[in-house]
Design a protein around this ligand. Sequence first.
Ligand SMILES: NC(=O)c1ccc[n+]([C@@H]2O[C@H](COP(=O)([O-])OP(=O)(O)OC[C@H]3O[C@@H](n4cnc5c(N)ncnc54)[C@H](O)[C@@H]3O)[C@@H](O)[C@H]2O)c1
Length: 328
Amino acid sequence: MKKRILVTGGAGFLGSHLCERLLNDGNDVICVDNFFTGRKENIAHLLSNPYFEMLRHDVTFSLYVEVDQIYNLACPASPVHYQFDPVQTTKTSVHGAINMLGLAKRTKARIFQASTSEVYGDPEIHPQPESYWGKVNPIGIRSCYDEGKRCAETLFFDYHRQHNVDIRIARIFNTYGPRMHPSDGRVVSNFIVQALQGQNITIYGDGSQTRSFCYVDDLIDGIVRLMNLEEGSTGPINLGNGSEFTMRELAEKVIRLTRSKSQLIFQPLPQDDPRQRRPDLGLAKEKLSWQPSIALDEGLKMTINYFEALCGSPSGLDGLLNFHRQSA
Ligand SMILES: NC(=O)c1ccc[n+]([C@@H]2O[C@H](COP(=O)([O-])OP(=O)(O)OC[C@H]3O[C@@H](n4cnc5c(N)ncnc54)[C@H](O)[C@@H]3O)[C@@H](O)[C@H]2O)c1
């Protein structure tokens, strides 16, 4: 049955893929975004669809629409962007959650929260199960994001217990793919942009720290499955990819796939950068019958194709990088 679905942060990287998927599934989609990190280009191809609607709106303010489901993704996700205005980042997570939960309560809509592996901080347990409470610095430069997301989870569970709101929480681990912003400083986009421009590839630390990388289509499938589970399936559930790679391995793959002549250069690790992070996906497999299916090489090729096409687009990769340097 066609549902009316609100996607906050719908013009961003993950949000735009989610809007596309929900439209393809036959739903009516309202996309809300303040375009802080989102781009009109991400959703331009959806604007001619009569079941797609775009609202420029900041989730820190109340929103009155009638919907059946809400996916709350609004929040800058990369450290460069969430540290640009940390107070606004916390407001987006906390006030945004309160506003969207209020809307869910009034409309009796089911509501999904895009939480993050950052709630585990610099973990002492590896891989991280959902039962782990995390090791997070409350006063560091990443805290606006980490603690904002943790507080949002608290609000979701309190609205659930106190007001019976039907909630879903996914803790999303590193995800990559087409429509990542080229200047958002995330490792996959950074490496690809540097390789395509023939610049040296910057590795922070000695390159032995590991991360797992999930391709965007796999992640969106996991999110939609969680949203459509039977009532009472609150989560939190980890979503990501269990295969772990060192930063050096990732850089070498990108150089090979782009046939770049870039060299690796090394810089000091930023403050509070986790050494290692990988999801325990047991619960996702059991509850959602889900596991990622796209291998890193395959996903990187699709992402590289996107960035190559961006180099030849009217705004161009350079234009986008410059635009972002000015606005950030
Ligand atoms: N991509 C990942 O690897 C990852 C990992 C963990 C969690 N997440 C979460 O998933 C969500 C989407 O992440 P993304 O990677 O697509 O990032 P993104 O920055 O591309 O998307 C975030 C979107 O939210 C919008 N936004 C920011 N503040 C807003 C506000 N106050 N009001 C309205 N819109 C606002 C931005 O303009 C952007 O379109 C975020 O909540 C992020 O924390 C992403």
